[in-house]
Write a protein that binds this ligand. Structure first.
Ligand code: SF4
Length: 287
C-alpha cells in the first residue's frame, strides 16, 4: 500500500460521482459503492416489466470496473475475495441501515439504491454516516403491501419473495406483469417518500417491447446484445428470460403475444418450447 493511498482513493472515487463507505478487516479494506436510481412511474403496456434497479445495477457494475482499473493504475492492489454480504458491510460502514424487509435504506435515496464492492489491500476506512432511523414497531407498510406474504411481522421468508422466485422461474399466480423485480414493499416504505420516479426512457421501452424481445431471444444470445448492454451479461440468458416473460404473460392472463411466443415453439430448450406451445393453446382458448 502506498503512503498516500488515503488521499488517492477519495480523489479517484470522487470522479465517479458515487457514494461509498469503506470497512477495514485485517489487512484488507472493502469499499462499498452505492448508486441511487429512480423507479419507473409506470410501464408502457407492451413492455416487459423490468424494474429500473437492474439497469442501474449494470451501470454501477461497469463504473466499478473503471474504478478498479483506476485504483490499479496508481499502484493500489485490488483483491478478489468472492461473494461478500454487501448490505451488512454497507450498514457497518455507515451507508445506510438494513430494514425489516432486508433492504438497505439510505438517508437521501431510501431503498432505491444498488451496491457493488471493491476490496483492496491495506487500511482505508471511511464512514459517511448515512444511517436512517428504523421505522417504528407499528409500521408494517411493507408487510401489508407484499403480495406473497414473504414479509410478515415475524420477518422475511426469502423463498416466498417474487424476486427470489424469478431466479429460477416457475409459474406464480402473483407474478402478474412482473418479469424482473417486484417493488411493492419499496413502494409502500416510508423511507422512499423522498424518491421521485422517472418515465421509462424511450430506448429502454424499445428494448423491452415484448414482441421485439421475444424475437431477439428466438434468434439467440447474440441478438440480445442491446438488451445485454443495458441489463448486463448475467440477465441476458435467452432461455431464462424467455421463461420469465412467458410465465408473466400467463400470470397476467395476457394472451396478445401469440405470434412472438410461437417463435419459441421449437426452441432448443425443451421447457421453453413446451411453455411456448402451452401459451399458444391458451391464446386460442381465450380468443
Ligand atoms: S419484493 Fe415483492 S414479493 Fe419480495 S418481499 Fe418485497 S413485496 Fe414481497
Amino acid at each position: 500500500m502506498l503512503d498516500n493511498t488515503i488521499d488517492i482513493i477519495p480523489n479517484i472515487l470522487g470522479q465517479f460521482n458515487l457514494q461509498y463507505c469503506s470497512v477495514t478487516d485485517g489487512e484488507l479494506s472493502h469499499i462499498i459503492l452505492m448508486l441511487p436510481y429512480s423507479p419507473y412511474i409506470s410501464y408502457p403496456a407492451s413492455t416487459a416489466n423490468i424494474d429500473a434497479f437492474y439497469e442501474a445495477s449494470n451501470r454501477l457494475y461497469h463504473a466499478t470496473s473503471d474504478i478498479k482499473n483506476a485504483l490499479i493504475s496508481v499502484g493500489i492492489e485490488v483483491v478478489d475475495v468472492g461473494h461478500l454480504h454487501l448490505k451488512q458491510l454497507a450498514e457497518c460502514g455507515g451507508l445506510g441501515s438494513i430494514l425489516h424487509n432486508q433492504l438497505l435504506a439510505t438517508k437521501d435515496y431510501g431503498t432505491r439504491i444498488t451496491l457493488q464492492d471493491i476490496t483492496i489491500k491495506g487500511a482505508y476506512a471511511y464512514n459517511p454516516h448515512l444511517e436512517v432511523r428504523e421505522c417504528s414497531d407499528s409500521c408494517h407498510a411493507c408487510d401489508n403491501a407484499c403480495p406473497t406474504k414473504a414479509l410478515t411481522k415475524d420477518g422475511f421468508e426469502r423463498s416466498k419473495c417474487l424476486r427470489h422466485i424469478q431466479d429460477n422461474p416457475i409459474y406464480h399466480a402473483d407474478m402478474s406483469k412482473r418479469v424482473l423485480g417486484c417493488e411493492e414493499c419499496q413502494n409502500a416504505c416510508p423511507h422512499n417518500a423522498c424518491v421521485t420516479g422517472q418515465v421509462m426512457p424511450e430506448h429502454i421501452a424499445r428494448i423491452l417491447d415484448i414482441d421485439t424481445l421475444l424475437e431477439c431471444i428466438a434468434k439467440g444470445k447474440r441478438s440480445m446484445s442491446e438488451f445485454m448492454s443495458v441489463f448486463g451479461y448475467n440477465y441476458s440468458k435467452p432461455s431464462w428470460t424467455a421463461k420469465l416473460i412467458i410465465y408473466s404473460l400467463l400470470s397476467a392472463e395476457d394472451y396478445t403475444h401469440k405470434d412472438a411466443v410461437l417463435l419459441l415453439a421449437n426452441h432448443q430448450n425443451a421447457e421453453v418450447a413446451e411453455l411456448a406451445r402451452m401459451y399458444s393453446t391458451k391464446c386460442d382458448i381465450n380468443r
